[in-house]
Design a binder for this molecule. Sequence first.
Ligand SMILES: Nc1ncnc2c1ncn2[C@@H]1O[C@H](COP(=O)(O)OP(=O)(O)OP(=O)(O)O)[C@@H](O)[C@H]1O
Ligand SMILES: [Mg+2]
Length: 617
Amino acid sequence: MIELLRRFGGKFRRYMVIGPACKLIEVIFDLLTPLVIAQMIDKGIGAHDVNAVVHYGMLLGAMAVIGISFTLVCQKMAALTSQGMGTDIRGALYQHINKLSYAELDRFGTPSLITRITNDVNQVQLAVALGVRMLIRWPFLAVGSMCAALAIDLKLGMIFLICTPAIGLVFWFVMARCIPYYKQLQAKLDRIALICREGLSGARVVRAFVREDHERERFAQAADDQANTAIAVGKLSSILNPVTFLVMNLGVCAILWVGGIQVNVGELTQGQVMAFVNYMTQTLTSIVYVANLVVVFTKASASASRINEVLNCVPSITDEDNEPVALPQAPATDVDAPVSALSLSHASFSFGAGAANAVNDVTLELPLGKTLGIIGGTGSGKSTLVSLVPRLYDASTGSVSVMGADVRTWPLDQLRRVVATVPQRASLVSGTIRSNLTWRDEAATDEDLWAALDMAQASEFVRNKPQGLDTPVEAGGKNFSAGQRQRLTIARALVGSPQILIMDDSASALDFKTDAALRHAIRERSVCGAAEGGLPLTTVIVSQRVSTVRDADMICVLDHGSVAGLGAHDELYTTCQLYREICQSQLRREELEGQQGSTTPASAPTAPASVCAKEGC
Ligand SMILES: Nc1ncnc2c1ncn2[C@@H]1O[C@H](COP(=O)(O)OP(=O)(O)OP(=O)(O)O)[C@@H](O)[C@H]1O
Ligand SMILES: [Mg+2]
């Protein structure tokens, strides 16, 4: 909490001084009130002097008005500080989360990050508001009331000195047991957020598999777990108020008893006894509020450490001090030495210490303007491998270079402008088709957008929409079919003229004809780019389909993260057993028989072979 205050409180230091100072003035008036009431009783009511009653009454009224005025100023300072700090913390968290690499995002998990940015910041905000308003008030009121009471009469003060530690002890006993629960509550809230998110985002799958009851049960269990913890805390803290008020009222009885005797013998006035009762009530009520403050601050401190954990997480992928990389010149002729667009040298990557390598010792080089196809079974590391190129993950060992420069030396902005990625899961955000397409280049003209849509085979369905490029896109693009979403994400990657295009299984929802038309359009674009003196487009196509990668200049066959074969289709068909098996499982007999140097026996199976790259196929 202190760390957050140091980081974000500086701007609000003035408010954090003015607020408590105003509260202090209000507390002084609160402390003076019992004394004025005592005077009113003794000099006014006791002496049957109406003027004195009116006089002290007006004094009390004036004190109340002044006290309220200072309270209002304090409230305003508290609101400005807490809301301002909350907004700043949320903004900083959001910005920082956007700087984290996939590895760190995986570690925290999206639901937990959402809870931290919403619920945890709210807890801190509440603590800051209460801190400005109450942190001075209650302790000062408790100590002030005790001192004022002792100043009136030391003997009656003994009752005070017995009651206060008794209540303090009860609070200590309860709080010590409650605090660990508050920390658990936040973690349990994370779990509820996770289940909610999974259940809601996968609502269609849940229904399709008739898993509603199971999901309901899972949610109910998590909610019950959280509720049980909250109830356990509630039960523990529920003894606080009755015990406090029991001790307080017993104390008041004792004061009235002993005070009454002292009034009788003339040692104390009635007004002084009343003032004593008031101070006693104020002190013990203050202790209750101080305990509430402890609860709020404990929760806030648990939340603050969760927020700090994110803010202090150093992004593993940074580009500080990286100078822009000069792009190579396109070779003037075919005989010029080929410029390498992408090269991997013994690149390996694992998702965590002790985990097996998802990408294992991959070495390959792709010249400018060429197409690399990546094929392999489910979970063979295709997506992970291509994620190393735009530095979504950094290779654990080995290196990845783009245009001859190690990706670690590129400014991230420039790298991701040069390398456009179409992710495996097509994701669009709410807005319009235009706002989704201009992510890579905000200045793109309609002409650029239509050209990208044409290439992505998406222009037809966009033209058929009455609002064209201004057609609304709902969250996640759920008002489009899977194939349409894929085409739009391909078009989005093509806007801004990337030099390298990575398509991670992004044509899986396209029919074969559209898939072929897309690849043809991309190849044309590559050739045109080169003809116009620019860099030809280099393409990396990840696919489970042989038909999608077979025309690639180079095909990389992945098996459990390692390269099982690297070369052109014909060559691989004869040299790589895994590739041949994939082909046999997917291609028709005529296509297989047409293989150059085919080793396929005459009786090669036309139906899918028993070994298929895709698990469970
Ligand atoms: N975020 C992650 N955390 C931990 N392990 C992961 C993560 N993402 C992927 N993996 C693991 O890494 C391996 C490679 O996954 P990857 O997504 O690269 O496979 P893929 O070849 O793209 O599969 P698919 O064809 O299904 O898309 C898998 O074994 C997977 O379990
Ligand atoms: Mg994948």
